[in-house]
Design a protein around this ligand. Structure first.
Ligand SMILES: Nc1ncnc2c1ncn2[C@@H]1O[C@H](COP(=O)(O)OP(=O)(O)OP(=O)(O)O)[C@@H](O)[C@H]1O
Ligand SMILES: [Mg+2]
Length: 461
């Protein structure tokens, strides 16, 4: 269902995208008047206004559009709203910046003071910091210096990941940086939807979800207790760090190592921790990251960590041994590259203010120096007979039918299988039953499936 919202001064409620459009129209109108006045002042033309700030920005106090919400949340003033609009306009009304293409007849070239660049394909004007500084301060040097504060890492534009200043060439002036609105905020301001980035060459992470719940999770008491500690940290970290004042002494974030044989529930547990706290969990396959994207890795990882920080994601590094194995070899230049990336990654993991979970089948490969830095290290063992029975029963809680011949106790007792293997057996059994024209799974279907699983693991039945 589409969300409906009330816009300031209007009594009717509007769908989110219309609400956003209505607010942005008003803001665009204000922005255009400000720019016209700046041009007038700069070129000494007759103008009604003597100062761009005479144009009051639209009132947004009871406007519920996403744009208005952010403006209120950050306490944005005139200057910040101009910069935000400037970064947004190439996406929503690129022609509104065409006035900046006017050429300087004296030199037969563009006006340097307008800044801006042209895109590779996009024909419109892409604003830079120079453009923003020009609109806000014209030739006023003190104003220009003040503007630099908005480019600071601590300013909410960077801290919240709203605007990034993209430098396209090294060694050029700071103000040449292009004002780039993040995709996340672009989506919010327009369609109103949250964008969930997904796996690509530049983003080697994938959001993981599950339909299973805590009730389906079968873990020993000790493991559950450790997992509960992570849940508790997620619930109380703010109180612990801020209210109890531990942020000065305790490193932010929570780093956990999950280790144990395949299919014992490491990924599932990480996914459920996220679901429980209402946070997205992103899985990064380290074997892919370290071996495939040498050189590009740091940039891609930085991208993930930066986004994760502002959005409170849980980061789940799978196959973590791929990383630790690499650290000691330095025989080739590729290895040295990988080593650099490993050090970089370890540093980012250590500095990350949220939850990071690393998973591996081989704890022996995990660097001593690093394991000391984990808050918890949890061993996911193969389930015992009692837990195997719970797992078997769990898979048949739904509508899936079993023939009377099926003896789950016996299967649980006789075959040592992890939850993942049991899931495979159940799937195999269901396919076999249907294939043979039956509407219920037989004991024999499951035994056949178990044999296949054991062969996979290099064992025989
Ligand atoms: N402890 C468990 N409780 C409930 N279900 C489980 C458990 N372990 C495994 N499963 C089932 O097996 C599937 C695979 O488990 P999961 O992917 O979490 O294993 P893993 O430990 O991450 O394995 P790997 O080391 O191969 O990555 C789960 O989606 C779930 O259906
Ligand atoms: Mg896994």
């Amino acid at each position: 269902m589409q969300q409906r919202l009330k816009i300031s001064g209007r009594s009717e409620s509007l769908p989110m995208s219309q609400a956003n459009a209505a607010s942005l129209e008003a803001e665009l109108d204000w922005f255009t008047r400000v720019v016209e006045t700046r041009f007038g002042l700069h070129f000494g033309q007759e103008s009604e206004c003597k100062d761009i700030r005479e144009h009051r920005p639209p009132e947004l106090c009871d406007d519920e559009s996403e744009y208005a919400r952010l403006v209120r949340e950050c306490g944005m003033g005139f200057d910040e709203r101009i910069v935000l609009m400037l970064a947004l306009i190439p996406h929503i009304r690129p022609q509104a910046l065409d006035t900046f293409f006017v050429s300087n007849k004296n030199f037969e070239r563009a006006f340097t003071e307008f800044g801006g660049v042209k895109g590779q394909v996009h024909g419109g004007f892409l604003p830079t910091c120079e453009t923003a500084s020009f609109i806000l301060h014209g030739n006023d040097l003190a104003g220009r210096f003040n503007f630099i504060g908005m480019l600071d890492d601590d300013h909410f534009f960077a801290a919240k990941g709203i605007i990034e200043v993209e430098h396209r060439a090294s060694g050029e002036p700071l103000f040449n940086g292009v004002l780039k609105l993040s995709n996340e905020y672009l989506n919010r301001f327009t369609t109103g939807q949250d964008l969930k980035p997904d796996y690509s060459m530049n983003f080697p992470a994938k959001r993981i979800t599950t339909k299973l719940t805590w009730d389906d999770l079968v873990l020993t008491h000790d493991v559950l207790e450790e997992v509960e500690n992570i849940n508790a940290w997620l619930r109380h970290s703010k109180t612990i760090m801020e209210d109890w004042g531990l942020e000065r002494t305790v490193k932010p974030g929570y780093r956990c190592l999950f280790y144990g044989p395949p299919g014992t529930g490491k990924t599932l547990t990480a996914t459920l921790i996220g679901a429980n706290a209402g946070l997205d969990v992103y899985r990064i396959d380290l074997s892919m990251v370290v071996s495939k994207y040498i050189g590009e890795t740091e940039k891609n990882l930085a991208n993930i960590f930066d986004q994760a920080k502002t959005k409170n994601w849980i980061l789940f590094f799978d196959e973590a041994d791929a990383l630790f194995g690499k650290r000691t070899q330095t025989s080739s230049s590729n290895d040295r590259y990988a080593n650099q990336e490993v050090s970089y990654l370890l540093q980012r993991v250590e500095d990350f203010p949220g939850v990071v979970i690393l998973a591996t089948n081989l704890k022996a490969n995990i660097d001593e120096a690093f394991s000391r830095r984990f808050q918890t290290s949890i061993y996911f063992s193969l389930p015992d007979a009692e837990h195997r029975l719970l797992l078997w029963q769990g898979y048949f809680k739904g509508k899936c039918r079993l023939e009377d011949s099926v003896d789950l106790e016996k299967l649980a007792e006789e075959y040592v299988l992890a939850g993942g293997a049991i899931a495979n057996v159940v799937r195999y059994g269901a396919i076999r039953a249907l294939h043979m024209g039956r509407d219920a799974i037989s004991h024999d279907d499951l035994v056949k499936g178990i044999a296949k699983e054991l062969i996979k693991e290099g064992k025989t039945i």
